[in-house]
Design a protein around this ligand. Structure first.
Ligand code: C5P
Length: 225
């Protein structure tokens, strides 16, 4: 690994969507590309951190110098994250599905002429960010969550920071017209214990580099940045 200001630190990053199976051929998913999480994993590794990336299904090459664990469902993502502990830094960039299908069918659900369509019962998925943020002996020193909002971004994100128990929130506006979700660029507000900091719109690589720099400064406040 590269040597730098995060040498000796272990960072856990979640990225991508999760796929929640309906039957062996169908699933529920979302439009997350995984790009921002992969960029963050690479940026932390570039500063010398040992990085564990727990990723849902994405179409991206593994970032160099990062240990990649591929998962499909939210439940698998939580298990892989717990397995990766302890860590100093946890960044939850994954767009985890909020629900999974209560009873996954073991064979393909047939459409039968004249029969009513199937009704899916959904049950909540575990909240990985809240789980990692919970007080305890393996609570990382810095836990960062994301907030994908479509209105009053800053306000909702600050409330989310409290609710989840994480330290920072990276809030972004995912209204379709912003082109952010699934796109190359991001425009974020960084919410910490001291306030809300809007960053200019930049590509996801630049957001990751700047965020990694802020994380390094969190651990080494006197370091010039
Ligand atoms: O609750 P909401 O999805 O709005 O919160 C977003 C943040 O929580 C993101 O950091 C996301 O990775 C994390 N999250 C999670 N597990 C869930 C739901 C969200 O880790 N089940």
């Amino acid at each position: 690994a590269a040597s730098g200001s995060l040498t000796g630190r272990h960072a856990l990053v979640t990225a991508g969507p999760t796929h929640e199976p309906i039957d062996p051929v169908r699933y529920l998913a979302n439009r997350s590309s995984g790009r921002q999480g992969y960029e963050i994993a690479a940026a932390l590794a570039a500063l010398g951190a040992r990085v564990t990336l727990v990723s849902g299904p994405v179409d991206l090459p593994p970032p160099p110098g990062v240990t990649l664990h591929r998962v499909e469902t939210a439940r698998q993502m939580l298990a892989a994250c717990r397995d990766a502990l302890p860590c100093d830094i946890a960044i939850c960039a994954a767009a985890v599905a909020d629900w999974h299908v209560a009873q996954e069918a073991t064979s393909k659900i047939k459409k039968t002429a004249g029969a009513p369509p199937p009704v899916l019962t959904l049950v909540p998925n575990p909240d990985i960010l809240a789980d990692l943020s919970a007080p305890g002996p393996t609570r990382p020193a810095l836990v960062v969550g994301f907030a994908a909002e479509t209105d009053t971004v800053g306000q909702h994100a600050a409330a989310k920071r409290q609710r989840k128990g994480c330290d920072w929130i990276v809030a972004n506006d995912v209204r379709p017209e912003t082109g952010i979700m699934g796109g190359q660029e991001n425009e974020i507000i960084l919410i910490t214990d001291t306030g809300a900091e809007p960053w200019p719109r930049m590509d996801k690589h630049a957001v990751a580099t700047r965020l990694a720099g802020r994380i390094a400064a969190f651990f080494t406040p006197d370091m010039p940045s």
